[in-house]
Ligand binder design. Structure first.
Ligand SMILES: Cc1cc2nc3c(=O)[nH]c(=O)nc-3n(C[C@H](O)[C@H](O)[C@H](O)COP(=O)(O)OP(=O)(O)OC[C@H]3O[C@@H](n4cnc5c(N)ncnc54)[C@H](O)[C@@H]3O)c2cc1C
Length: 426
């Protein structure tokens, strides 16, 4: 293979695929290289919450714009995405948590986003028959949910319809530069010349960027999810009340908790200083583990050759779900929603989330090398952002600037002394 393109995108998750869609719509010749399958990793494994609620203030304008896109996306892509706009609910159990949410609500209102604090009686109208142990909740009515397995596939089909090309089982080993500017990529199938490369490699972005001498602090966290058998329709609000659940159109639930596993690797140790604060705050929710993958990766991820081996050995990261946590989650669902007493776990899966220290993504055109654009580091909430990220990245490339302020997502913040503290409420 010896090809040319205007833009090469590394990774066909929702970030890379949406970017390809908007670039192709704008007339660019795009090739997307994916080491495994389209949306094989995080983008098909997430809970499917599409929420503005609880976001870091820097993300609120992006998510408000994303919400507008989601509302018309099934029509635009001519695809069933299982989009349901029935709101996002988060409960609070203490006065301190209530105060945190009231403060967030005020911040959101400054952007024009309307969220309501609900008492127990009002919550009953949203989620009938609930037995939540809480004082109340916050509800953003126009948030929604969609089916991850369908969304990126539909974006890819639409991008292909506009001329974008997707090469699966095609790992990018290296980004090539000439005189400080991107000149193409080396893939397992040969070279592609292109003046612009988008790194949308999800959990692999840190390793990929290291080959260019760029340090993206990134930590992998394993989140487990279960899908239940169908139950009576109760509510389609995507809800977080110690347990996260969303009920799909067919009555099945996706359920999960905040509990996550971290498989220790050499990467963990290298990145530890940047993540000490986050880890300390979340230490009860994060379990540290040493398993096979860790041993594989410990075998050496610091040379280009080792990275190439890893990319093709782990075509699709498919970690084993934490069944113990998921069984506890199901028991909690039965307790919180007594009408679900008969539902059982039908299937379960897990995915590695790519966290950054401030839980914000890097969406930026990196100056050195020029031509390198980042769309990565979505820290467990990039599914909902996917469509707007694709649009903004395409604007950066096609127009030289994005229509929304991306300064909070600049790559330089990891290295210029910026205090990297998460401001998300959930
Ligand atoms: C359990 C779980 C629950 C979540 N819940 C939610 C939620 O409810 N709402 C929400 O908004 N977000 C959620 N997220 C987060 C969301 O799924 C991610 O933020 C989002 O999917 C990230 O998309 P991405 O395109 O950046 O990465 P990915 O989907 O991981 O895609 C990256 C792709 O790049 C490919 N790749 C990597 N390196 C190379 C290379 N060198 N060459 C070629 N290909 C390469 C990979 O194979 C992969 O397919 C959740 C995530 C998980 C795991």
């Amino acid at each position: 293979m010896d090809r040319t393109a205007d833009v090469v995108v590394i990774g066909a998750g929702i970030a890379g695929t949406a970017t390809a869609y908007y670039l192709a719509r704008g007339g660019a010749r795009v090739i997307v290289c994916e080491k495994g399958e389209i949306a094989g990793e995080q983008s098909s494994r997430n809970w499917g919450f599409v929420r503005q609620q609880g976001r870091d203030p820097a993300e609120i304008p992006l998510m408000m714009e994303a919400n507008k896109i989601w509302r018309g996306l099934e029509r635009e892509l001519n695809a069933d995405l299982e989009w349901i706009s029935a709101g996002n609910m988060v409960t609070f159990a203490t006065e301190e948590e209530r105060a945190g949410w009231e403060a967030w609500q005020k911040t959101a209102a400054q952007y024009g986003l309307s969220s309501r604090i609900l008492g127990r009686a009002e919550m009953e109208a949203v989620i009938p028959g609930n037995a939540f142990d809480c004082l109340g909740g916050i509800f953003t009515e126009n948030d929604g949910q969609a089916e991850p397995a369908k969304v990126t596939a539909a974006l890819a089909r639409a991008a292909e319809g506009r001329g974008a090309e997707f090469l699966t089982h095609c790992a990018v080993y290296e980004v090539e530069t000439t005189a400080g500017a991107v000149s193409g990529v080396i893939t397992e199938r040969g070279g592609i010349r292109a003046p612009v490369v988008v790194c949308a490699a999800g959990a692999w972005s840190g390793r990929m960027l290291r080959t260019l001498g760029l340090k993206l602090p990134q930590m992998w966290l394993k989140g487990s999810v279960a899908r239940t058998t169908p139950g009576p329709i109760i509510s389609h609000s995507a809800t977080w009340t110690g347990v996260a659940f969303r009920q799909r159109r067919d009555g099945t639930f996706n359920i999960a908790t905040r509990s996550a596993d971290h498989d220790l690797t050499v990467e963990s140790l290298l990145n530890l200083p940047a993540f000490m604060g986050s880890f300390a705050r979340n230490k009860r929710a994060i379990k540290l583990r040493l398993n096979h993958l860790s041993r594989d990766l410990l075998a050496g991820s610091f040379s280009k050759a080792a990275l190439g081996r890893e990319l093709t050995t782990h075509r699709i990261l498919d970690p084993t779900p934490n069944h113990k946590v998921l069984n506890q989650t199901l028991a909690a669902l039965h307790r919180l929603l007594p009408a679900t007493a008969e539902v059982r776990i039908d299937r379960s899966w897990a995915g590695y989330i790519d966290m950054t220290p401030d839980m914000l993504p890097a969406i930026d055109a990196v100056g050195e090398p020029s031509g390198l654009v980042l769309a990565t580091g979505f820290s467990g909430h990039g599914f909902g952002m996917g469509p707007i990220v694709g649009r903004l990245v395409s604007e950066l490339i096609l127009n030289g600037e994005a229509s929304l302020d991306l300064s909070a997502f600049r790559f330089g913040r990891f290295h210029d002394g910026t205090k990297l503290t998460p401001h998300t409420v959930v």
